[in-house]
Ligand binder design. Sequence first.
Ligand code: FES
Ligand code: MG
Length: 571
Amino acid sequence: MTEPSETGLSRGLTSYGDKDFSNYLRMSFARSMGHSNEMLARPVVGIATTYSEFNNCHRLVPELVAAVKRGVISAGGLPLEFPTISLGEVFLNPTSLFFRNLMAMDTEEMVRGQPMDAVVLIGGCDKTVPAQLMGAVSANVPAVQLVTGPMMTGRWRGEKLGACTDCRRFWARYRGGEFDKDTINEIEGRLATTAGTCAVMGTASTMASLAEALGMMLPGTAAIPAVHADRIRAAEASGVAAMQLVKSRITPTDIITPKSIDNALRVLLAISGSTNAILHLTAIAGRAGIKVDLHHLNELSDTTPVLVDLKPTGAYYMEDLFAAGGIGAVLRELKPLLHLDCLTVTGTTLGERLNDDVPPYVDHNVVHALETPLQPVGGLVALFGSLAPNGAIFKRAAADPGLFESEGRAIVFTSIEDMAERVDDPDLDVLPNDILVLQNAGPTSSSRMPEAGYLPIPSKLARQGVKDMLRISDARMSGTAYGTIVLHVSPDSASGGPLSLVRNHDRIRLSIRDRRIDLLVDDAELARRRAAMPPPAALPERGYARLYKQEVLQAEHGCDFKFLTRLPREA
Ligand code: FES
Ligand code: MG
């Protein structure tokens, strides 16, 4: 009979008074897995697999799982893969963010509920890595993050194309009347041509970069393309690293600390990463009881230059970042700004990592030197003001500086449906210097904060050649999108935030210099409008939608659930 132990398959055994019997029962079922007794006695490394045919970005997860298993076995462990929910960005309705917390719960409970000494989390597409990290912090079992890696670019008539910044660029040209249907069809077939996550610095690549910056992922692995053989080697090494964690007992809360969160924010700013990453990092930090303060984000933004020249704000793709030295090259440039004593999954500190693994080559066209940055300040800022008392996010690196200090007339869409119905109406009363406002697209709305913040330029203006306008909403924006766009306005409009009180032709003022977004309407008028507002919508009758509506927090709390975050909150 196998003796019960504190590791391996006997771990966490529930017994009803006779522990030996419980272990005997469990091990007799374990025998049916077909492993040898020697294997069954080993420490267990769980592998959270997110393969799904609804998730194109995760198509190669099975070969990563196989490689992780090789690593675990070679290091003396028993690898056991288990499924969790998978969130494929473009196949989920109403929006993948709605399901992120569900996946985080699934990951947390399965990591905690099953006997594993460490876990390798395989994610990739936008919401999967944040969900896995949130779950891992809460379960606090030793964990290594592995990502599926970015797609390679495609080619169309000699031009490089990468999902999905170029999807938007070409669609805007199609809407402007530059291409016919056959041409846009041809382009559609060239945009996403391999397995892997979006080829630019979208949300998936940003979260992979931040996982590496946090120390939750092996050094040098964030940017390896999905189809590159190094990706398989990274998976094998992640299995070995998980076995080292079994010995060192370093857990996610040893790694995710206020200092490592600061490092991740610095990297986010230097790579001009996705606005969504602010939500996700806030939610991950919140699981460890750490607050990401948006005023602090602004302090970091003012002292962190943009170094990485990737689309959607720059010129290159993830495959170029990989060839240019990857996130290691970025971390090395940022070294004077980073907390170097942060622990990583390898058991060494960030500082030790940067001393040890000096890359043979760094392409400074892609990763600029700290002394010669692309932009002197960070890519993202938080705004406050009467329209967003609790904050809003603005990606200045992706916006038109000509609109940074501007005032204009609001053209209001009261919901996504209203916008879809009217934005292309030839009779829409809209001028190029107006401000497009979208309401009821925030976390507590029935649309649940989709990536609708990239409001289309009304087609009558697009046809006149208008490429950008100031757009404001409580929605999110795809990490692959760009434009002069204010997002995550909080409190959101469905919860009665000031955004809900904006009416057509109100004046709004944006000042990036002052970090403000203000609604220029007097208080008495706002009070009158507030009194006339309809009562809030009823709770959904049942199921996850009801739980979501009852529990979801505003954007500045990362849209986590009240009962999952460990952040102390005001009332
Ligand atoms: Fe999966 Fe973009 S759709 S990363
Ligand atoms: Mg995306």
